[in-house]
Design a protein around this ligand. Structure first.
Ligand code: ADP
Ligand code: MG
Length: 357
């Protein structure tokens, strides 16, 4: 019962963990602790689901094994730790249980700690407290994940919470648009599948908040393309995504116009008006560009929305934004910012609990 083979999943490494603003501190802390260059030997990572916690735990495991730091690595979901502990208690095998998790373990990777929040699990939490103490005293490595910071864990005894704060607690947030694009590109490349950039952008604009859903959406698009034996395009992606019961962001032309106006500090009416003042023209062109990119509207439809303009005017505006953003990095940044405002992703606070890294 205690002779599990290594349960490290070889697919998850630091190399294929795409770094972005939302996860870079967690990745850096994980790499530091894995390479023994950290000044802490307990790390706590928390986030909502699908943001890479389990991936990072396995990446740490793979790193220490591949670099021959140690092979005594245990990856265990908290639910499994609890199950083993209860069986061991019942069968009088606590001695073996403790041998496994204390003497025979150099790196303990404990996933989904919040599963121990149930009130009746005090004995398991006490055992975990003792295990952590033992490993800390013997200078071993412990990495723990959960869906909330230590202080918010329900029913956790104060001394255990304090132990969990022995090292840094790092939060992973949902990836921003650029990171989502990078993740989708990496996953497509990993699958050796050619997905056009506009399709990647289309998915990244609609699926936010969870990398697992992002992967699922890409898989579905690829599956559709394979069934229909054609290269994925926007039309196919639209159909594929509509089949998924995922929370897909609702974006409308009104929202695009509203947020673009807000960015330029003008009114939405200005954008639809015939006014030719420089900043109004630029705002209008960018809003038209985003309507094309985010909503895939036809140039005729866009013309109608923007004060009944001719579709050739719309084509000109979109082409101009495309070439301007290639030339001028600040335009690229402006567009990214507005896109995130449209998707309601700008107000997030990056937080960290206990010590900063
Ligand atoms: P969690 O444990 O936080 O629920 P997972 O680690 O299971 O999330 O991640 C869900 C999926 O998303 C996995 O397939 C994982 O490889 C992938 N993933 C998450 N974050 C990233 C990232 N930054 N780069 C590449 N893949 C990621
Ligand atoms: Mg997980």
């Amino acid at each position: 019962m205690f002779n599990h083979p290594l349960q490290i999943d070889r697919r998850y490494t630091f190399t294929n963990f795409i770094e972005g603003e939302s996860n870079k501190r967690a990745k850096r802390a994980a790499m530091q602790i894995a390479s023994q260059s950290a000044n802490f030997n307990l790390l706590y990572i928390w986030s909502s689901s699908g943001l890479g916690k389990t991936h990072l735990l396995h990446a740490i495991g793979n790193y220490v094994i591949d670099n021959r730091i140690t092979s005594r690595v245990i990856y265990v979901p908290a639910s499994e730790f609890m199950r083993e502990f209860m069986m061991a208690s019942k069968d009088n095998l606590l001695f073996e249980f403790r041998r496994k998790y204390r003497e025979m373990c150099d790196v303990l990777l404990l996933d989904d700690l919040n599963l121990l929040e149930v009130p009746g699990r005090a004995a398991t939490r006490e055992e975990l407290f003792e295990t952590i103490n033992y490993l800390l005293i013997t200078k071993k490595i412990i990495v723990i994940t959960a869906d909330k910071p230590p202080v918010e864990l329900k029913n956790f005894e104060q001394k255990l919470v304090t132990r969990l704060q022995w090292g840094p607690s790092v939060q992973i947030l949902p990836p921003n648009f650029e990171t989502r694009v990078a993740i989708l590109k990496a996953k497509a490349a990993e699958r050796e599948y050619l997905v056009p950039n506009e399709v990647i952008v289309y998915i990244a604009e609609r699926i936010t908040g969870n990398v697992r859903w992002l992967e699922g959406a890409l898989e579905t698009v690829i599956m559709y393309a394979e069934i229909e034996d054609k290269k994925p395009d926007i039309e196919l992606a639209e159909r594929a995504l509509s089949q998924l019961s995922l929370p897909i962001k609702n974006i409308s032309a009104d929202k695009i116009i509203e947020q673009t106006a807000k960015f330029f500090n003008i009114s939405p009416q200005d954008i639809k008006s015939p006014r030719r003042k420089k900043n109004i023209s630029i705002a209008r062109q960018i809003a038209m560009y985003l309507c094309r990119e985010m909503l895939n509207l036809s140039t005729t439809q866009i013309g109608a929305i923007f004060g009944n303009r001719d579709h050739s005017t719309v084509i000109y505006a979109i082409e101009k934004v495309k070439s301007d953003k290639e030339r001028d990095f600040s335009i690229q940044t402006t567009i990214n910012t507005i896109r995130e405002m449209i998707m309601g992703e700008r107000e997030r606070e990056y937080q960290s609990h206990s010590q900063q890294i």
